[in-house]
Design a protein around this ligand. Structure first.
Ligand code: SF4
Ligand code: SF4
Length: 644
């Protein structure tokens, strides 16, 4: 198909330039493979096919005629709910396994058996120890770290009681609601195992019962696995501070060795950044004709090394093949999650070496170098050397010019500091701004790119609509990268796009209207911030009272579904698009988008138009504002100028 006949695929001009070249060169990308999949199977899209047992696959007819039950008698609602909570379990497993690896690395570091790692934030470790009731008296940092890591590992396979964080951090009324609903997990793995059991052929057939267990399973992500990944990542690698950097394909350097780290876990990428600064390797790079070594990131690994190292971001999920197609990537280093297997074949068209590093994520045709904490720095040096040696093998290089400045690295603690002033770290100014009507509320816009949508368009459009309506936006993951590319993560963005009330806050405090809170596991930082807002007072008693909303406007993976589930379990309104695969069951869709609000205080919507979705989120915030009897909004919304 010629370029002119192709559908619009991205609003990122750098991505478009590379796509024009891949089109011209007949080089396949995810967009082409997407088109090959059309037309999609309607049963699959609607969530009404089942292949759980070998009597199937069974399909439920969405029309007046045709089968209304599978061979075993499962209805559309049962089938869709079973498959949905299996997706939740997979998402929880992905985030939690990530958390498990971080805790394990801390344990190895405390035991002195992790090469190159150090406990960079003993302060955060001591804060957590105090919170968890662990005595630090007469103990070394390593002893405290070991004890904390061992306790943290119990969160994964605890067999009775409940996970630790909710009762420590969430408002009392919210915890009571969770206990009443019986959606506090016993342990992370306990609920995943139970999900797989309940959804096995011939077990749970009640769609509401299935969804309630999906909520309980998801709580083990946001309030356990992901929260541990964030907290223990901060202990190990340092608590992020606001940092300036740059984003987009233009950060790649024609005259330097380019290593792109792609995936999720910060353990190896932190070491690779350190190795790239090794004088011996820089000298070697110069001998090969390069001026230096650049390490940039894609997907959530990018967010991890951005927040803590200020490393540039090469792009988000749909940029992975495009980065290789610049011809400038000497090594694409991957660990786990969001890595397209197509990368290997794609890279063979260029000189790029794809290196897998996790025993959990091998790709046929890639070079595999197993990462091990015990030899982490040696492994990182070996990989950097491979990239340096590959530099002279480059063919034609075409790096788009586009790159944008950004500020990232906000956390609950430093947002406190920003909002309250250095000597008055408090959420009071945020709460007061909401109470007085200067700010409408807070929205978390998170998640991926999805090739079914125009890359980044929904993120940008939704976020501009929200900030124009005086909604402070917090972002993580590839959503944050999308908005960073468009300049929304700069303090100057407030004057261009924000409503007057949000502008006043941003100008007074010196923050962007859109705060980058990190990677996908760092959505746990959002949960903690919401708890702080309730604790500060004036905005209700439980999380469901807050004028807040969440959205994943270009959602792609099971992790995003898990995040949506723990947010709804926590009382949030969540717009999720493309819709979860439930639309083939009217009763399940109604439960998720209406009735569940009576249960948890939160609910889903599946609006695909980002402006309409933003307005639904705003309407929800206004409903909560009215219930709290907050003052009317101070200023009328501005119309976002998308030409800026
Ligand atoms: S579990 Fe029931 S609906 Fe699913 S494949 Fe088996 S018989 Fe069909
Ligand atoms: S936001 Fe989605 S696509 Fe991006 S890294 Fe996270 S899970 Fe992957």
């Amino acid at each position: 198909m010629t370029t002119s006949l192709k559908r619009k695929r991205t609003v990122d001009p750098a991505a478009q330039k590379v796509l024009d070249r891949t089109d011209a060169g007949g080089i396949e990308t995810a967009y082409d493979r997407h088109d090959e999949q059309e037309p999609r199977c309607g049963f699959g899209e609607l969530g009404i096919c089942c292949r759980i047992c070998d009597m199937g696959p069974c399909r439920i007819s969405p029309f007046a005629t045709g089968p209304k039950r599978g061979i075993c008698g499962a209805t559309a609602a049962t089938i869709a709910a079973r498959h949905l909570i299996r997706q939740v379990a997979a998402g929880v497993a992905a985030h939690s396994d990530h958390g498990h690896d971080i805790v394990n690395t801390l344990l190895h570091t405390a035991n002195g058996s992790a090469q190159g790692f150090a406990i960079k934030s003993p302060e955060r470790l001591y804060e957590l120890a105090a919170e968890w009731g662990v005595s630090t008296e007469k103990k070394s940092v390593e002893e405290v770290a070991r004890e904390m890591a061992e306790l943290a590992l119990q969160e994964f396979n605890r067999q009775e009681g409940e996970i630790r964080y909710p009762s420590l951090r969430a408002p009392k009324a919210t915890v009571e609601r969770w206990r009443r609903l019986n959606i506090l997990p016993v342990g992370i793995e306990h609920e995943i195992v139970e999900t797989l059991h309940r959804t096995h052929e011939g077990v749970d057939a009640d769609y509401k019962n299935l969804i309630m267990h999906g909520l309980r399973t998801a709580m083990g992500d946001g309030w356990a696995g992901a929260m541990l990944a964030t907290d223990f990542g901060d202990v190990l690698f340092g608590t992020p501070e606001p940092v300036r950097s740059q984003v987009n394909l233009g950060v790649l350097k024609k005259d330097e060795v380019n290593i792109v780290v792609h995936g999720h876990e910060p353990t190896l990428s932190e070491m690779v950044v350190a190795a790239s600064r090794d004088p011996e390797l820089i000298k070697l790079a110069k001998e090969k004709g390069a001026k230096g070594i650049l390490v940039g990131g894609i997907c959530c690994t990018a967010n991890e090394i951005l927040m803590r190292q200020g490393a540039p971001v090469v792009g988000n999920f749909l940029n992975q093949e495009l980065a290789v197609a610049t011809g400038a990537v000497d090594v694409m280093l991957v660990d786990v999650q969001c890595i397209m297997p197509a990368l290997v074949e794609h890279a063979q068209r260029f000189h790029t070496k794809v290196i897998t590093t996790s025993k959990k994520a091998k790709i046929p045709g890639a070079t595999h170098i197993q990462f091990d904490e015990h030899t982490a720095y040696d492994t990182a040096k070996e990989i950097v050397k491979i990239a340096v040696d590959n530099f002279p093998n480059r063919g034609p290089v075409n790096i788009p010019d586009e790159k944008t400045d950004l500020v990232a690295g906000f956390t609950v603690r430093n947002t406190f500091t920003h909002l309250g002033g250095r000597y008055r770290a408090t959420f009071r100014p945020l709460n007061d701004a909401i109470i007085s009507g200067r700010l409408r509320g807070v929205a978390a816009v998170i998640g991926c790119n999805n090739v079914k949508k125009v890359q980044d368009f929904s993120h940008l459009t939704m976020v501009r609509e929200l900030i124009a309506n005086d909604v402070l936006v917090v972002m993580t993951g590839c959503a944050a990268t999308a908005c960073a590319k468009a300049g929304l993560l700069q303090p100057e963005a407030a004057a261009k796009w924000a409503g007057k009330g949000l502008q006043e806050i941003c100008e007074a405090v010196g923050i962007p209207p859109v705060l980058h809170l990190g990677s996908c596991v760092d959505n746990s930082r959002v949960l903690v911030a919401l708890c702080e807002m309730i604790r500060e007072g004036g905005l209700g008693n439980e999380l469901a009272d807050l004028p807040i909303a969440g959205a994943a406007p270009e959602a792609m993976c099971e992790k995003a579904i898990a995040i949506g589930f723990y947010c709804v379990a926590s009382g949030a309104y969540v717009n999720y698009s493309p819709a979860m695969r439930v639309l083939g069951s009217a009763e399940l869709t109604k439960f998720l988008t209406e009735d569940i609000e009576e249960v948890t205080g939160g609910k889903f919507s599946f609006e695909g138009d980002p402006v309409k979705a933003a307005r639904l989120m705003i309407a929800h915030m206004d409903k909560k504002r009215a219930a709290l009897k907050l003052r009317p909004m101070m200023y009328a919304p501005v119309t976002p100028d998308i030409t800026k």
